[in-house]
Design a protein around this ligand. Sequence first.
Ligand code: C5P
Length: 236
Amino acid sequence: MIQIHARAKVNLYLKVLGKRPDGYHAIDSVMMRVPLADTIRIRPAPDGEIAVSGVQGVPEESNLAYRAAMLLKKASGSGEGAQIEIEKHIPMGSGMGGGSADAAAVLNALNRLWNCGMSREDLSALAADIGSDIPGMIWDCPVHVEGRGEIVHPVPDWPVPDVSRLVLQTPPVFASTPRVYSEFRMSDCGVCKNDLQPAACRLYPQIAETIANLTNQGCQNVLMSGSGSTVFAFRP
Ligand code: C5P
């Protein structure tokens, strides 16, 4: 059995450049990992089956970790299987890439366990098929992402803020990424360092309240992550 930690991310900035013909939005963002993490336990399954447990309310076939394992099995031609148990700590619909972190961690772990011999670049390219945030989360270091998120440049020397002063606050709303993107207007751009924040605040007023509360508490660089709902900030 191996145990791994799949760390959440926050977007230090997120620019939306426009809507693409395929319906996705072109973005420019830097993601950094934060200490909050899901715990994943993986046991080999000699019968070749893939099974995922521990995530409530998501059918196995839609679970990103399950889809990642199936994708790697198919791409590598491996006959191995895995029992994957996920202990969730990263809230869902929170803009911290919880499902994507799990999928990326599973790809990295099974690549080693099954001796697939794929590079991080290979895994990242594979991951783009199942979600725009997963390619960037194959790396642990800060990454600059472009395209719909699948063009990844690791930026290990990016000047990341001091995580010991990091505050993460997730209001009790599931922010739907497709809903936030469809509410987004180009006129939202430049209001703050996350172009999706105005749209998310219009849809989910609790996010605006969380931003106001943290600002009033004297926190610095108060910003929503991804498509919300988490707001992160730094204690003075
Ligand atoms: O890639 P992923 O499945 O995470 O995206 C979920 C949805 O979010 C997409 O179907 C799309 O509506 C929206 N999205 C977008 N532009 C992006 C990423 C996601 O419009 N760059």
